[in-house]
Design a protein around this ligand. Structure first.
Ligand code: ZN
Length: 166
């Protein structure tokens, strides 16, 4: 049963349809035609700027918001762009622009994407692909329900659209 008086607050399970566009108005991602995105509000499962905008909204509400990089995937850090010798990769002859690799760093696992291959070296970028981007979200709130105790303990949503434990 859906309680239509619920508004989005911490520990609610929220379903949204969204379309994400970048500053060039290119669609980066959308849930249209798919299942809505389901997340646990207040658990940091979505970017902070969007979670902030959703606070207090009710089922059926629609809004459009542009979120600056600081409240999305952060600013770009040029220090995360590095030139690396090809021989440091397990497959130096098969490196191509756009490939990504996970490596362990002092700050934990990080994903690097190859942005250039030249001679004996490659340029890798450890920034999130959307770092430095202002992101515009077109959002419709589809559903709100109270999280179960188990979901709160786990910090994520169970059931349709959520996490499944096998
Ligand atoms: Zn779980």
């Amino acid at each position: 049963m859906t309680d239509t008086n619920l508004s989005i607050a911490k520990n609610q399970v929220v379903s949204i349809h969204y379309t994400l566009t970048d500053s060039q108005n290119e669609v980066i991602d959308t849930s249209e035609g798919n299942e809505p995105l389901v997340y646990l509000h207040g658990a940091g499962g979505i970017i902070p700027g969007l979670e902030f905008e959703l606070e207090g909204k009710k089922i059926g509400e629609k809004f459009k918001v542009t979120i600056p990089p600081e409240k999305a995937y952060g600013p770009r850090a040029e220090g995360l762009v590095q030139e690396v010798p090809k021989v440091q990769f397990p497959n130096p002859d098969q490196l191509e622009v756009g490939m990504s690799f996970q490596t362990d760093t002092d700050q934990g696992p990080m994903v690097f994407t190859i942005t250039e291959v030249q001679g004996l070296s490659v340029t890798v970028d450890g920034n999130h692909p959307l770092a430095g981007e202002a992101l515009t979200f077109d959002v419709t709130v589809q559903d709100i329900r109270t999280a179960t105790d188990e979901e709160l303990q786990h910090g994520h949503v169970h059931g349709p659209g959520g996490h499944h434990h096998g």
